[in-house]
Write a protein that binds this ligand. Structure first.
Ligand code: SD4
Length: 338
């Protein structure tokens, strides 16, 4: 099972690479900036992105479609990674004890689907895809989303794991009954104890087509019915097959206010590199509410049409995983404002 502590920090010159096993830095090919197209490729937020990417790679390496790779990859943390308390089956509940899941998906044609505040279904990414492909709509929420999922053959089940229930009951003892503003991987930052790591994934297949997906249980102990950025097209995810794709993680309210992922893609359209575009989007958030910036985490991850990728976050600690023909298990520490 995946364990964050297994990662070894290496002192790479430009981006610090965190490697899964004890490999020398020389074995790791640096990211190429040749201007040549570099795909298939899949990139994902956070540590569990390594495992999600590996699953997605099974599809991409055989010439499969990016959309299929995204769905397959995102289902890994939704289902298998029982150490994560933030996505799918093992997600942390809201302040009333309900596990409510948010997810969206977008393909190379600009089609998209989304579910928000959905309960009792372990694979929101698949339901989001069903909304996209089997309904005339983009978004289904709450009970309607669960009802639709069941009609489509998904299994309805109780999602609150004993571990998540225990954490919630512990939180209730001291909480002032308000949702916690989390900062991922930030042990000495507000909310660090219950950090919550959404998976946002972006893939380019062998044909050069881009798709993306995003899935999460959202902010831990949020108000019942609260929806974050992750299922909102343009906020938590955006794909434009002419330009690239972007996804986000962190405090969703800040991302929604700035239509973050759409902004990143539009900045890439204007010529910024993925990292520059992510940084500019982060700076917008900081400039609008400088007093807030120290307390919240927001991270963006982006890829352009050539397969160049980059990320930027407000706080340090944001990692993302990259998988391509050269290397299947790269974990990169993203740059940040603080
Ligand atoms: C949310 N953006 O619900 C999500 C949470 C998240 O890493 O990304 N956590 O606001």
């Amino acid at each position: 099972m995946f364990n964050r502590r297994k990662f070894i920090k290496t002192g790479a010159a430009s981006a610090s690479l965190l490697l899964l096993d004890k490999q020398s830095f020389a074995e790791i090919l640096p990211r190429q900036k040749t201007g040549k197209e570099q795909f298939p490729i899949v990139i994902s937020t956070w540590d569990f992105g390594v495992y999600a990417n590996k699953e997605a790679w099974k599809t991409l390496s055989k010439g499969g479609r990016a959309l299929d790779a995204i769905e397959a990859g995102a289902r890994v943390p939704e289902e298998l990674d029982i150490t994560n308390g933030t996505v799918g089956r093992t997600g942390t509940p809201d302040r009333d004890g309900h596990v409510t899941l948010d997810s969206c998906i977008m393909d190379e044609f600009g089609n998209c689907g989304s579910v928000a505040a959905m309960e009792n279904i372990a694979h929101p990414i698949s339901v989001a895809r069903m909304v996209m492909e089997r309904t005339p709509h983009v978004m289904l929420v709450g009970e309607g989303a669960t009802q639709f999922a069941v009609e489509q053959g998904m299994k309805k089940e109780k999602l609150l794991t004993p571990k998540a229930e225990k954490a919630w009951k512990e939180w209730l003892k001291t909480a002032k009954y308000s949702p916690v503003m989390n900062v991922e991987n930030g042990t000495n930052r507000p909310g660090g104890k219950y950090n919550h790591d959404t998976i946002g994934m972006l893939a380019i297949d062998a044909k050069g087509n881009i798709s993306g997906g995003c899935t999460t249980s959202g902010m831990a102990f949020k108000m019942h019915g609260r929806v974050g950025d992750s299922p909102i097209i343009g906020a938590g995810l955006y794909v434009d097959n002419e330009v690239g794709g972007a996804t986000s993680t962190g405090v969703g309210e800040e991302v929604i206010r700035n239509v973050g992922s759409f902004l990143v893609v539009e900045l890439m359209r204007q010529g910024l590199s993925p990292e520059e575009a992510c940084k500019e989007a982060v700076m917008r958030i900081i400039k609008k509410k400088p007093e807030n910036a120290e307390k919240v985490q927001v991270g963006f991850l982006a890829i352009n049409k050539k397969g160049e990728y980059g990320a930027y976050a407000i706080q340090k600690g944001f990692s993302y995983a990259v998988c391509n023909a050269e290397k299947q298990d790269l974990l990169i520490s993203g740059k940040s404002y603080y």
